[in-house]
Design a protein around this ligand. Structure first.
Ligand SMILES: [Zn+2]
Ligand SMILES: [Zn+2]
Length: 384
């Protein structure tokens, strides 16, 4: 009897079911956003601000580890509130318990789960996360300076959360207080959330640059992940990219104290040019570096973008000899055409010309994009 394609498939499934039993259950899939390793460091995708049912979250701790695995994260911190425990009638109060439950699932899935806590105080100093804690319960004290001292005594990395949160600043504007100056001077405050959930705080961005503090971007998630972030529509939680020597707690801590981070939120990155520049150049490529231009006829080059972001480029200034796009979007994971032509028909010779663009969604300052120069070798030829 002649085997049809259908009967081959049917035989395959019968054999498969006979071997492994009926196919049932959910296939669990991980999808990791692509960010290149840079400057000899491993690029780790991290979320350092996560709640569970052990404070005011609505999710069991081990599920946080699997949510992180699915979204391609390398590192999370469980940071339940110390002073705000609305589920305490239903869930036993134990400040160290949420991490203890989340970590084994993280170990199984190769997601690093850091023990942290949210010191939840009025402004100033506002809410602050302490990471790499040994005993969270030691931070459960009356006065906030004592909570900070207990965290620092355990070697914690401490950062200020959502400084412009409307729950504490009704106009959404972040304000710096004397208490923050004291904390920084004592070495008790090391970073600030430049992004929390979908909020970006330009003031915090400027303070991080001015005071040499670490920039962070975190989800502060309370609900199941896909209730707050619409992954099925291409959304993602805000992440902190950490450039570490390896994927260990010690390396992550070292990188955080050394301010080797970039903020990733929606379709933009925030950080220092030293990190944004190599991320851009490692993900963007022209199909060729030389172009021969005949008279004033236009030619196409192709630019491919391997990254997760649609890079938004703007020409900084017109060029003397070439006409190139004033604005161009390099779509994520795609290749676009880039037109180029000589401004005058009688040019001759070969030269390397820099094309000076600004990438507006790679922010090196609150109102400043990353400068990049594409180098292109051009030969001008007469048109017959
Ligand atoms: Zn908070
Ligand atoms: Zn929080």
């Amino acid at each position: 009897m002649k085997m049809t394609r259908f009967s081959y498939l049917a035989c395959f499934f019968v054999a498969l079911v006979a071997t492994v039993g009926p196919l049932k259950g959910q296939i669990r899939v991980r999808e990791r956003p692509y960010f290149p390793d840079i400057l000899g460091y491993q690029t780790l995708l991290c979320d350092f601000h996560i709640h569970t049912v052990f404070s005011d979250g609505l999710v069991w701790p081990s599920i946080r580890s699997e949510e992180a695995w699915r979204e391609g994260l390398d590192v999370i911190a469980i940071t339940d509130h110390i002073e705000y425990l609305p589920h305490k009638k239903d869930v036993r109060v134990d400040f160290n318990r949420s991490h203890a439950i989340a970590k084994p699932r993280g170990d199984e899935l190769d997601v690093v789960v850091i023990k942290g806590a949210e010191i939840t105080r009025a402004m100033p100093p506002g809410h602050c996360n302490a990471l790499f804690l040994k005993d969270v319960a030691a931070l459960d004290v009356n006065d906030w300076p004592d909570a900070f001292e207990a965290a620092i005594g355990q070697g914690a990395f401490v950062f200020w959360n959502h400084p412009g949160w409307t729950g504490q600043q009704s106009d959404g504007v972040a304000r710096w207080y004397d208490e923050h100056t004291d904390l920084v001077e004592k070495g008790w405050l090391h970073g600030i959330e430049v992004v929390n959930t979908h909020e970006y705080y330009p003031e915090a961005h400027a303070w991080c640059l001015e005071k040499k503090l670490t920039m962070l971007s975190n989800s502060d998630i309370h609900n199941p992940l896909n209730l707050d972030y619409h992954l099925h529509l291409g959304d993602h939680r805000p992440l902190t990219l950490v450039f570490a020597h390896g994927k260990s707690e010690a390396s992550i801590k070292d990188a955080l104290f050394a301010r080797r981070t970039v903020v990733y939120s929606e379709n933009w990155l925030v950080g220092e040019a030293v990190y944004l520049q190599p991320i851009f150049t490692k993900t963007v490529r022209f199909n060729r570096s030389h172009v021969a231009l005949k008279g004033t006829k236009s030619q196409f080059l192709q630019i491919s973008n391997q990254s997760e972001l649609d890079y938004q480029l703007r020409l900084k200034a017109p060029l003397d000899k070439l006409t190139v796009p004033e604005e161009i979007v390099l779509y994520a994971g795609k290749t676009v055409l880039f037109s180029i032509k000589a401004k005058q028909k009688d040019l001759s010779g070969s030269e390397t010309i820099a094309l000076p663009y600004v990438v507006d969604n790679l922010k090196v300052g609150p109102n400043e994009g990353l400068d990049i120069d594409f180098q292109i070798n051009v030969t001008f030829e007469q048109d017959e």
